[in-house]
Design a binder for this molecule. Structure first.
Ligand code: CUA
Length: 152
């Protein structure tokens, strides 16, 4: 007798979950971190590798890409200056162990793994200092692994 009611309740719950996912994705700008491509950590310093000389590159006015290399226990670079109003695509990889990358006050939050390049995109409209941290425990000096983005 109650089976019909339970099925209807289940369908409603699924619909609510689906709406929550769609709302967070489209309305709130939550993104699933993407795997941009695989990379052999031993090749990070090869000539021509963007991770050998990481940093900000301008693609077009207001559009940038930022290559970041994570290693125990620092990010390279760990201070980046970005003009306000820029859209930045991050490409982050690790040369050793698993790290994390989270920029405060933005939607950028991802794992950083050796062997893969993680990517996310965000806009910096408001000038200020945006701290970023490694938020995956990566050893003794994990807590010293941070940096900042200065939007000006
Ligand atoms: Cu790198 Cu914690």
């Amino acid at each position: 007798r109650f089976e019909g009611a339970w099925i209807r309740i289940s369908v409603v719950i699924l619909a609510v979950f689906l709406l929550a996912v769609l709302a967070s994705g489209f309305a709130m700008g939550v993104q699933v971190p993407g795997v941009y491509q695989r990379i052999d950590p031993r090749t990070l310093y090869d000539p021509g590798s963007p991770f050998a000389n990481p940093g900000l590159r301008e693609l077009a006015p207001g559009k940038y890409e930022l290559y970041l290399r994570a290693q125990i226990w620092q990010f390279a670079p760990n201070e980046i200056h970005i003009p306000a109003g820029s859209e930045v695509t991050f490409y982050v990889t690790s040369q050793d162990v698993q790290h994390g990358f989270k920029i405060m006050e933005t939607n950028v939050n991802m794992m950083v793994l050796p062997g893969q390049i993680s990517t996310l995109k965000t806009r910096f409209d408001t000038p200020g200092t945006y701290e970023f941290v490694c938020h995956e425990y990566c050893g003794q000096l994990h807590h010293t692994m941070f940096g900042r983005i200065i939007v000006e």
